[in-house]
Design a protein around this ligand. Structure first.
Ligand SMILES: [Zn+2]
Length: 381
């Protein structure tokens, strides 16, 4: 096992977040990282690899990486996370022009965002486009747009209550000028295409162009967009890679699954409720040549859903149960919920405690205030 160095780790995380303005970029960044560490890309339209080794399957904004040991594997050990974060997604006809000559982008809301957190920031556009030949291109711009908040004297109530209409008030402004521009012309140029006519389709999102910053007198905090959930994606990746470095000789197939579309419910081809992970498990099991390998291994398997936890905001302590609140610096948080929104049961809790104990890591449990509904993530899927 490699030793843990906080400076190296936080710089690596910063680089990963900066290189991943949206899910498709996060998946590409992961593919680059795994390739550089000797993991082989697997093409699901071809025969599945049957030999032990390190592999990954990237599909759009999702990526699953795994290591197969020599011999007959006993089980799957899985970490799940998600590559996507809330953002504004460009509509198919993304351009509007205000009567005063402002270019306004037509967008819809992606994911469970706090809209006010997107005001007065320098926004870029990132994502994927397909050209007329069916070739995909990943594109991202620099800071080109902003959503300005209404001046306080024009909304006397805003100091106490900010109301943002999702159709009217959240349109990014991106130029002021005599000659109207089309955002897809900018995107086409980024992709090396001649003009917007060559763009056949697109999935493009706004992102906060500010790079992550260390915060605090000792730099003990990291302030950054998209930590939910690139933090977990990066941690899971580092965990798998640290085992790969040791010439891993285990008895289980180790898997890191980074899904897309968690922010919108996961029920898609590349979401956690979709078929992607099961396909990988089934085909890995079938590659052993044993008829019942999938069922046998699944019965002995475990899955850790890795996502972020919100610490108590000390300005709102009443939002948490005082006995089971997440505290900064008190270690990784295990979330429990009687209605199974986190899917943690006693067996999973034990596996967590056992693993943390063997690493000498202190942990804490979170259960929500009974009067405040809790969130959820990919675990139940
Ligand atoms: Zn999350």
């Amino acid at each position: 096992m490699t030793s843990f160095d906080l400076e190296t780790y936080s710089q690596g995380l910063t680089d990963f977040i900066t290189a991943s303005p949206c899910a498709s970029f996060a998946a590409q960044t992961l593919a680059d990282i795994y390739s550089s560490q000797g993991f082989k890309p697997v093409d699901p339209t071809r025969a599945w690899p049957t030999s032990p080794g390190r592999y990954f399957l990237r599909h759009k904004g999702a990526l699953i990486a795994w290591m197969v040991p020599a011999g007959s594997p006993k089980a799957f050990r899985i970490i799940g996370s998600h590559t996507d974060s809330p953002a504004f997604k460009l509509k198919p006809t993304p351009d509007s022009l205000s009567p005063d000559g402002w270019g306004q982008l037509n967008v819809e809301v992606y994911g469970g965002m706090l809209p006010n957190s997107w005001l007065n920031r320098e926004l870029g556009i990132a994502g994927i486009i397909y050209d007329q030949t069916g070739k995909s291109h990943q594109v991202h711009t620099g800071p080109i747009a902003t959503i300005p908040q209404l001046a306080p004297h024009l909304d006397r109530d805003s100091a106490n209550k900010l109301e943002l209409d999702r159709q009217q008030h959240l349109r990014p402004l991106w130029y002021l000028g005599e000659s109207p521009r089309a955002i897809l012309e900018v995107i086409a140029a980024q992709a090396g295409l001649r003009n917007a006519e060559e763009i056949s389709s697109h999935e493009l999102y706004t992102f906060d162009t500010h790079e992550p910053q260390r915060l605090g007198t000792d730099g003990e905090f990291l302030a950054s967009a998209r930590q939910d959930n690139l933090l977990s994606v990066y941690s899971a990746t580092k965990a798998l890679l640290s085992l790969a470095e040791t010439d891993f000789q285990g008895e289980n197939i180790l898997i890191s699954a980074a899904f897309d579309h968690e922010e919108v419910g996961s029920h898609t081809e590349i979401g956690a409720a979709g078929p992607l992970l099961e396909q990988v498990l089934r085909r890995c099991a079938r590659a052993t040549g044993e008829v019942e390998a999938f069922e046998r291994m699944l019965a002995a398997s475990s899955c850790l859903s890795a996502d972020v936890a919100h610490s108590v905001n000390p300005n709102y302590p009443e939002k948490h149960d005082p006995d089971t609140r997440p505290v900064m610096g008190a270690g990784p948080v295990l979330k429990l919920n009687a209605s199974q929104r986190y899917a943690t049961d006693a067996q999973g809790w034990h596996i967590w405690e056992d693993a943390a104990g063997r690493c000498g890591v202190k942990t804490q449990c979170f259960v929500s205030n009974n009067a405040v509904t809790c969130g959820s993530t990919i675990a139940p899927m």
